[in-house]
Design a protein around this ligand. Structure first.
Ligand SMILES: Cc1ncc(COP(=O)(O)O)c(C=O)c1O
Length: 250
């Protein structure tokens, strides 16, 4: 029988007073300011399924404009954005090339495999968070009777487990060239894409112009409204596919 006694709140130990302490565990532990809370509480809302939520519509339009993309779709979290991107690009049994240190591989509950039947083919990340392009090329499957098809190459910018490193424009251009030559789109996990843009002194639009699929951008770093990401798929029709195909969310 389970002993539940240890779970009863019997102690009165006060939580430590952490006011004034800067919590450096992650940039995700920030909290919304009073004015952000007010903006959330007072936001004009509607039924997003009918396209009737003006706040979501505005967010998507702004995100698309910032990234220089045709359209954006609101998703509650970066994890969901990455997963939606994988699901929209890879059918069951198709493979995605990812870095050995990437967030998708380490921290996203194997969602791609569990929900999409998408195995992840890893290529080592170097200390700059890059994937060696020759190795990416080798990781892309040759068409054949017994090989899965490679549906997506994923990069991360800035790179979390590689110490917040930034992918250079030069590297991204070369990756784009490879992507177009081999016909495999590039998805960017841009949980911190604005940090990357600031560090490279380029606009996020220019950076994302190198991508052949959309980036996932999260707004929940530093400005913590708890959930808040957008995904830029190929075109508005892909947004519709993501939302409307229940299979994709099975
Ligand atoms: C690089 C990267 N991608 C994706 C995510 C997932 O974002 P979320 O916590 O909004 O699901 C994180 C979270 O910290 C991250 O660091």
């Amino acid at each position: 029988m389970t002993d539940t006694t240890s779970y009863t709140a019997t102690t009165s130990v006060a939580a430590p007073d952490l006011s004034g302490v800067i919590d450096l565990r992650s940039d995700t532990v920030t909290r919304p300011t009073p004015s952000m809370r007010r903006a959330m509480a007072e936001a004009v809302v509607g039924d997003d399924q009918y396209g009737d939520d003006p706040t979501v519509n505005e967010l998507e339009a702004q995100a698309a404009e910032l990234m220089g993309k045709e359209a954006a779709v609101f998703v509650p979290s970066g994890t969901m954005g990455n997963l939606a991107s994988l699901l929209s690009r890879c059918d069951r049994g198709m493979e995605a090339v990812v870095g050995s240190e990437c967030h998708i591989l380490w921290y996203e509950m194997s969602g791609a495999s569990a929900l999409g039947g998408i195995p992840l083919m890893t290529v080592p990340n170097d200390r700059l968070g890059q994937l060696d392009l020759d190795r990416v090329e080798q990781a892309i499957r040759q068409p054949g009777a017994t090989s899965p098809v490679t549906g997506l190459i994923c990069v991360e910018n800035t790179h979390n487990r590689c110490g917040g490193t930034v992918l250079s424009m030069d590297y991204l251009r070369q990756l784009r060239e490879l992507s177009l030559r081999r016909g495999v789109p590039v998805h960017m996990d841009g949980a911190r894409i604005f940090n990357a843009a600031a560090a490279s002194h380029i606009g996020s639009k220019r950076g994302s112009s190198t991508l052949t699929s959309g980036p996932v951008v999260t707004f929940s770093r530093r400005y913590r409204p708890s959930v808040f990401s957008t995904l830029m798929p190929r075109a508005p029709s892909s947004c519709a596919r993501l939302i409307s195909s229940p299979w994709n969310w099975a």
